[in-house]
Write a protein that binds this ligand. Structure first.
Ligand SMILES: Cc1cc2nc3c(=O)[nH]c(=O)nc-3n(C[C@H](O)[C@H](O)[C@H](O)COP(=O)(O)OP(=O)(O)OC[C@H]3O[C@@H](n4cnc5c(N)ncnc54)[C@H](O)[C@@H]3O)c2cc1C
Length: 381
């Protein structure tokens, strides 16, 4: 399988690289320091029309996961938080596209595509993160809809979002299942709590949610079900890998600048073999991660079957984000004491990389998906 970037993908890369360098990079440190949601960066992405990039042309997209990965990589190279803004818009879009009814698609997708509305996605609860099947949030059928009770944690974008896709258990006849419900921000009994004070991903808020007997009308039950949405997440997993690649590349960029300007023992530290080999290993791992991510993205674009895609997408997420952590750690080491000073950007890369190993299925869970694929087992655990 080949995954050469096509001319249009190179154009996306050139455009985003330039915008990232000129307009995003100068804001990156401040967004991290203040931990304030970057409305200006959201407006920039909106102006660039990037909110549908991976999705079909009918929504104004390029219908290309590879293009989306390239865009995320270029933004993530300079600012994790700005890259995250794209992803948090794409997650509810992808979920509704995969599991929404026609009416839900018509109601929500154009607004998400245009950046006129924002969404969030919530499964995680205090006692269940990886183990989604153990959620306790519950929906009960009532006249005309459902009543939902429970609490969620770590819901990213929720204090900005116009609606949240909330996973809840509900009894559909004879057995319990999980469904996603569209909960509008003003729904009575629905509260978004205080945002987490995080070490990384600081510019995009993650908050707890409280659902106290919230009424959700029938038309807000996501029609296609939870499984369809979870399968769609296999297809979006390369995007998290792309954030890892971008982060690693950004750490390398900063490292090169630092080591060429820092002297010790009468010469630039870039002349020391110990530093040069460390830099070479960082580049080798990042290039390998990039190739794996592009391959997984190309499999999505080629509509490869889920059984073939799932392990490769998991490998890409796991390897690229582990690479980001290793590369950022080595980059901090090259900076010496400056590496742990907030005066320099490199510790931001280190903190953001740690988040990538945890979100969207921890890297242990990704390894389980790979092993299950090898052993011919379907389970996610
Ligand atoms: C910045 C940030 C943003 C987030 N945004 C969202 C969001 O928008 N929506 C949302 O729903 N959630 C969100 N989350 C939550 C995230 O999805 C969970 O943190 C993640 O799924 C892990 O769950 P947990 O933290 O409960 O850890 P646990 O599942 O309790 O895992 C703890 C440890 O055990 C390991 N482990 C668990 N099960 C296994 C297993 N079967 N085999 C091997 N190891 C295992 C894990 O890998 C981990 O190392 C966010 C988290 C962060 C940090």
């Amino acid at each position: 399988m080949t995954y050469e970037l096509q001319e249009d993908q190179r154009q996306v890369q050139d455009l985003i690289r330039r915008v990232a360098r000129e307009r995003v990079a100068p804001r990156a440190q401040e967004i991290d320091r203040t931990a304030e949601y970057p409305h200006d960066m959201f407006a920039l992405l909106k102006d660039l029309g990037l909110f549908t990039l991976p999705f079909p042309e009918v929504y104004g997209g390029a219908n290309s996961m590879l293009s989306a990965c390239v865009a995320i990589e270029e933004l993530g190279r300079v600012c994790y938080n700005t890259a995250y803004l794209l992803l948090v818009q794409w997650v509810p879009f992808g979920a509704i596209l995969a599991g929404g009814t026609e009416a839900q698609k018509q109601r929500l997708l154009p607004g998400l595509a245009a950046g006129e509305i924002r969404g969030a996605f919530s499964t995680t609860e205090a006692q269940s993160g990886s183990d989604v099947g153990s959620i306790r949030c519950r929906a009960v059928k009532v006249e005309g809809g459902y009543r939902i009770n429970g609490a969620k944690i770590w819901c990213t974008n929720s204090d900005i979002a116009d609606f949240v896709l909330v996973a809840a258990k509900y009894n559909d006849g004879d057995k319990d299942g999980i469904s996603l419900f569209i909960i509008e921000k003003n729904a009575e009994g629905f509260t978004v709590g205080k945002k987490e004070d995080k070490i990384g991903a600081r510019g995009v808020p993650s908050c707890p949610l409280f659902l106290d007997n919230v009424f959700v009308p029938d038309e807000n039950l996501l029609g296609g079900g939870f499984r369809a949405v979870m399968e769609a997440f296999n297809a979006s997993r390369p995007l998290i890998g792309a954030r890892g690649v971008g982060l690693a590349q950004g750490a390398i960029d900063h490292a090169i600048e630092f080591i060429t300007n820092r002297n010790a023992f009468g010469q630039s530290i870039s002349e020391f073999q110990g530093i040069r080999w460390m830099l070479a290993d960082m580049a080798i791992q990042t290039e390998a991660a990039r190739n794996l991510v592009y391959r997984a993205a190309s499999m999505v674009d080629a509509c490869e079957p889920a059984a073939a895609l799932a392990p490769v997408a998991a490998m890409a997420k796991c390897f690229a984000t582990d690479t980001a952590m290793r590369v950022a750690t080595d980059a901090v080491q090259m900076f010496g004491a400056a590496g742990v000073s907030s005066e320099y950007p490199i510790n931001r890369y280190f903190r953001d990389a740690k988040v990538l190993q945890i979100i969207e299925g921890t890297n242990q869970i990704q390894r389980n998906i790979v092993a299950n694929g090898l052993l011919g087992r379907p389970s996610r655990r």
